[in-house]
Ligand binder design. Structure first.
Ligand code: F6R
Length: 240
């Protein structure tokens, strides 16, 4: 895993956006794997600016998001579907038909998971994936456990994740208790991964990435098995 330590969040976001821009220059019809949460917002802002300036073009890009709460209506202000539209898609020249977020309002979540994996495979797999990391080391909603799932599945959210995400809802009771999430194999099959971490609350999780151990109790440590991961973090997350 390559590690880039940045002075602050702004520098991290700019560097991450540069990697995405380079990807689109090399392969304009890239399949991008996208994340929600606070961490990638700065990177998305940079990508929007680059797109407005004509430096990058999303017209041939396809995107697949990592996860979505379940159950949740797509038009709920806290759905990841809404998040992506507000923070990226509505500001860039992407064809909305080329964007994919798991459907949190389906009646048949199992079928949705299978369908999502099929669409991902049919598109040819993710070229470049951005990831945030949970304080407990989760990636997407693959929460610490004795065993992890390989492919897109429905999962219970841990108390730690519900509490961490309660800041976006009126209260922790309003946070959905389940999610549809890509599994570890779905994520690891991306050709290249950019993992972003900022803030002192991510320090413990980042520390686990920097030692030599791989454990399902810190799902992000499985990324050590991937040949092309770059961790971009700020000094607080790195612990200096
Ligand atoms: C979001 C996702 C989550 C977040 C993680 C960090 O799509 O997959 O794993 O990346 O919970 O969230 P933030 O960035 O809000 O600290």
């Amino acid at each position: 895993m390559k590690v880039i330590i940045c002075e602050n969040y702004e520098e991290m976001s700019a560097k991450a956006a540069d990697i995405f821009a380079a990807q689109l220059t090399l392969k304009p019809d890239s399949i991008l794997g996208l994340a929600t949460g606070s961490t990638p917002v700065g990177m998305y802002k940079n990508l929007i600016k680059m797109n407005e300036a004509g430096k990058i073009d999303f017209s041939a890009v396809k995107t697949f998001n990592l996860d979505e709460y379940y159950p949740i209506k797509r038009d709920n202000s806290q759905s990841y579907f809404t998040f992506m539209n507000e923070n990226l898609f509505s500001h860039i020249n992407i064809d909305m038909a080329n964007t994919h977020v798991p459907n949190g309002e389906t009646d048949d979540a199992e079928a949705e998971c299978k369908e999502y994996e099929k669409k991902l495979a049919a598109a040819g797999g993710v070229d470049l994936q951005v990831l945030g990391i949970g304080q407990n080391g989760h990636i997407a909603f693959n929460e610490p456990d004795d065993a992890l799932f390989s492919y897109t599945h429905v999962t219970d959210l841990t108390e730690s994740t519900i509490n961490a995400n309660a800041r976006f809802f009126d209260s922790a009771d309003d946070v959905p208790t389940q999610a549809i999430t890509m599994g570890m194999a779905s994520i690891m099959s991306a050709k290249k991964i950019v993992l972003l971490a900022n803030g002192a609350n991510k320090k413990d999780a980042v520390k686990e990435l920097l030692n030599d151990k791989i454990t399902t109790s810190v799902p992000a440590t499985l990324l050590k098995l991937h040949p092309d991961v770059v961790l971009i973090c700020d000094k607080d997350a790195y612990g200096i």
